[in-house]
Design a protein around this ligand. Structure first.
Ligand SMILES: Cc1cc2nc3c(=O)[nH]c(=O)nc-3n(C[C@H](O)[C@H](O)[C@H](O)COP(=O)(O)OP(=O)(O)OC[C@H]3O[C@@H](n4cnc5c(N)ncnc54)[C@H](O)[C@@H]3O)c2cc1C
Ligand SMILES: Cc1cc2nc3c(=O)[nH]c(=O)nc-3n(C[C@H](O)[C@H](O)[C@H](O)COP(=O)(O)O)c2cc1C
Length: 785
């Protein structure tokens, strides 16, 4: 087999090694435009896990790489004069130049043919005479661009500026330094990669870059500027440059990776932002994956197909982590006023992989300080909480107007489709009652409608008549009598999504019979098969406002602690807010200000009818997940407008506005929107969406990404989510009915033991640390003496 590789970077070299080692008879040729040792960059980073992978695939190069590395366990975060060190991270750094030379020597010794200083301009002749062509030609891959129509690359150029530099300064931790200058904030991501060698990636926003005059400076001059800003970390050492130009990071993705016998590898195929230090790792793991696919299958075609399908998920997962991570650095303004310990916690947990519980395992003192700070903040709001031995954030109280919540866990609103004529019945009493007893701080009702026409389905609850009011009062009274949980009524009108089937039937589809006419901002059906809604007139608006107010007045009489206006998910009010569903040309359409006019009018009128001492929230879809629709930036404006109208809490959901939306699901996938709204609009938020564990709840709260955390589906299966979480953290004073105390006490005892066992197991399962191995190796000769 004849293989041609364009590019002698980590991807090309490592693939050459693995392929030649597996099939020594194959002809493998590498073309590289530069000289053999003519490389840029300073160090690269690998985790213990990545090194395990290298060891398994080529022990020879692994041995050499690990002989030349620097190892660290701590991450250090420097912010406003504070310094936090968090252990247990297990990373090694290696000189990029050394790495490439090791890989080159190894490939050469195996018999790979190299052509350095050989630029490839035309790939067609090589493709004709090779069985496989590997395009490992880097981030600016000209052949990816040549075949743009086929590979369909997307290049998302990030707004921040960054430059890679080096230094002889030594660092004993992966160091993040955030330095404020008269021009703005500069960030250093720095780590040692060998004795007397460290990598420094500097990052700043474009405005700061311009104000600091860096645009007009040479590499050398900008290194001197960075030296001045970061002098206290450099300890008198100089910064070195090597193609250290300030650039914007391109996040590269390709819809296709394979064209015939040509395959993209490494940066040419997909990049990952430097803040997760994964560029070289991704490139080398790509090589492993392509090699594995070739050994698994019989033909090149099969191998390439298998590589593309098998590897994509992992690459996209890493890219997603990088996307989430870079947002932190691009939006520092959101967190700049945070207390340093909360800021540091945010840096650590920015990319979802590191959480409250796993930090607790390896840096318990740090987490204790995070908890202490959180509790002190709560105490400063007048709550008599223990700040010396604080409870985890999820068990800290929270106040909205005069309503005090015992903890931060919320049962998210969930339609039960089980009402008769809008009247909640026994099902609802048991369902809501059980969840209140389960200990959540706040319990939302399902969307409860202002009129029969406003119901999503014939099974939805309503609050427009006396019978419904009495039925809701029975539930509210039970919750108040039997639990410490507060109860919030979610009030809405389904708009163009009314008159549809139950969720477990044909969801969102019209009823098979007995449909009632639907209304919306504009005459646009949700699905092709949906009814065309009637756009409402000003007279309709007056009627609707009166109905919203009447329901509010009934909610007062039923004794609810709080009400929420549903302005999300494409229902009537949401249909006004999104430009995709509001095509009106009157004063209720056009600009966001106009589109918000009717929803805000409804809110204000409800607010007037709702007691001043009780809180109100609004649920919004912070993005439509669709081209031309609402984005997080718009959501900040929407939240600000509602906050000015008197909203106490923004319940941040997303989507469900249009049927062709493309949501990006994942763990805690809506939390970034809550983060943005809370920390830009400066309004309290509740986040929701694929949050399934108490660990995640604490991570979100401790990082200041929301004030309350709602869980929907987890509460369907486990009404006692909060009581179980309390047992996990050893919190023994969550309200529990006396009838259940014996069970609660047993749960506390068993969970304490289970947690200790699990943590012990996790400690044992931790990947072997090269730092420990090396320390052990260094101790050996002494032991022999
Ligand atoms: C200035 C700079 C500094 C960096 N520093 C670091 C760092 O310190 N740590 C880190 O982890 N990552 C660093 N990176 C990122 C890292 O280099 C990449 O993620 C990684 O090298 C990707 O490997 P690759 O093999 O896909 O591509 P590359 O390493 O970019 O290799 C591609 C190779 O293809 C060659 N080539 C391209 N076109 C042709 C052609 N037509 N004919 C012949 N040869 C061609 C190029 O000369 C290059 O050598 C840095 C990147 C840059 C640009
Ligand atoms: C069965 C069910 C019914 C729902 N009904 C409502 C509702 O009435 N009002 C509402 O705003 N959201 C409703 N939602 C959305 C949830 O409140 C929540 O935002 C969503 O399920 C994501 O949270 P989760 O991942 O914790 O389930 C419902 C969700 C489910 C699963």
């Amino acid at each position: 087999m004849k293989t041609t590789i364009i590019g002698a970077g980590p991807a090309g070299l490592y693939f050459a090694i693995l392929a030649k080692k597996a099939n020594p008879g194959d002809a493998i040729t590498v073309y590289e435009r530069n000289k053999v040792d003519d490389t840029f960059g300073f160090g690269v980073v690998f985790s213990d896990q990545t090194l395990d992978n290298f060891e398994a695939h080529d022990a020879e190069s692994y041995e050499q790489i690990t002989r030349a590395f620097a190892y660290w366990d701590d991450i250090e975060i420097n912010f406003k004069g504070s310094r936090y060190r968090i252990g247990g991270n297990g990373f090694c750094g290696c000189s990029r130049r050394t790495l490439l030379l090791i890989l080159y020597e190894r490939a050469k010794s195996l018999g790979v043919e190299f052509h350095f200083q050989h630029e490839i301009d035309d790939i067609e002749p090589l493709a004709r005479t090779s069985d496989l062509v590997v395009l490992a030609d880097g981030v600016n891959s000209k052949f990816r661009d040549h075949y743009r129509a086929h590979f369909q690359p997307t290049i998302d150029v990030r707004p921040n500026k960054f430059a890679w530099m080096g230094s002889t300064a030594e660092l004993d931790a992966f160091t993040f330094a955030f330095e404020e200058t008269e021009h703005g904030v500069f960030i250093a991501h720095a780590y040692q990669y060998e004795e007397g060698g460290s990598t420094w990636v500097f990052e700043t926003d474009n405005d700061t870059f311009e104000r600091a005059g860096l645009a007009g400076l040479s590499e050398e001059e900008s290194a001197r500027v960075m030296e001045r800003i970061f002098q206290r970390y450099l300890g008198g050492h100089r910064l070195l440059t090597n193609r250290s130009l300030w650039r914007n990071f391109p996040m590269i993705r390709n819809a296709r990776w394979v064209k015939g016998s040509i395959v993209l590898l490494g940066d040419a195929k997909a990049t990952a932002h430097f803040s997760i230090g994964a560029g070289t790792k991704l490139a080398m793991e790509d090589a492993i994956s392509l090699h594995d696919a070739l050994t698994r299958t019989r033909t090149v075609d099969e191998a390439l197909a298998s590589f593309e399908t098998g590897r994509r998920e992992e690459v996209e997962r890493t890219q997603h982590s990088a996307d989430v991570s870079l947002v932190f650095f691009e939006h520092l303004g959101r967190f700049w006023d945070f207390d340093p310990v909360q800021f540091a916690f945010g840096v650590m947990t920015r990319a979802k992989a590191i959480t409250y519980d796993n930090l607790h395992l390896r840096a318990p003192e740090f987490v204790a300080e995070v908890d202490r700070h959180f509790a002190e903040d709560v105490a400063s709001q007048g709550f008599p909480v223990d700040t010396a031995g604080p409870k985890p954030p999820m068990f800290q109280p929270f106040r909205l107007r005069e309503m005090a919540l015992a903890n931060r866990v919320v049962v998210s609103p969930m339609c039960m489709y089980s009402a008769k004529e809008g009247v909640p019945g026994d099902w609802h009493l048991v369902h809501y009652g059980a969840r209140a007893i389960g200990g959540a701080g706040l319990l939302f009702t399902e969307m409860t409608d202002i009129s029969a026409e406003g119901r999503i389905s014939p099974g939805c609850t309503g609050l427009w008549n006396d019978e419904q009011e009495a039925a809701w009062k029975r539930i509210v009274d039970f919750v108040h009598a039997q639990s410490a949980t507060k109860i919030c009524l979610q009030i809405g009108h389904a708009g163009r999504k009314a008159s549809t089937q139950f969720m477990w039937e044909e969801d969102v589809h019209p009823l098979p019979e007995g449909n009632w006419p639907v209304i919306s901002a504009s005459p646009l059906p949700y699905l092709e098969v949906s009814q065309v809604p009637r756009p409402i007139t000003r007279a309709d608006m007056d009627e609707l406002v009166a109905e919203f107010v009447a329901t509010t007045e009934r909610a007062v009489r039923a004794g609810f602690d709080m009400i929420e206006l549903h302005a999300a998910h494409g229902y009537l009010l949401a249909s006004f807010i999104s430009p995709l569903t509001n095509h009106r040309t009157d004063e209720y359409g056009g600009s966001l200000e106009n589109r918000l006019r009717f929803p805000l009018e409804v809110f204000r009128r409800m607010r007037e009818a709702w007691p001043a001492h009780k809180p109100m929230s609004v649920r919004i879809s912070a993005t439509d997940w669709a081209d031309g629709g609402l984005t997080g930036d718009h959501a900040v404006e929407v939240a600000t407008a509602f906050a000015e109208a008197g909203v106490d809490l923004v319940d941040v959901s997303t989507g469900q506005t249009v049927s062709d939306a493309r949501p990006v699901f994942g763990r805690m996938f809506q939390t970034p929107f809550s983060d943005q709204i809370r920390n830009e609009a400066k309004v309290a938020t509740m986040c929701v969406g694929n949050i399934t564990t108490a660990d995640q709840v604490n991570t979100i709260l401790a990082a200041g990404r929301a004030d309350l955390v709602a869980l929907a589906r987890p509460h369907l299966m486990d009404p006692n989510f909060t009581l179980r979480a309390a047992a996990w953290y050893g919190v023994d004073d969550v309200a529990c009915p006396p009838q259940y105390l014996a069970g609660r006490d047993q749960l506390l005892r068993n969970t304490k033991r289970d947690r200790e066992e699990l943590e012990e197991l996790k400690r044992k399962l931790k990947p072997k640390s090269r730092g420990d191995l090396r320390d052990a190796a260094e101790r050996l000769p002494h032991a022999a003496e």
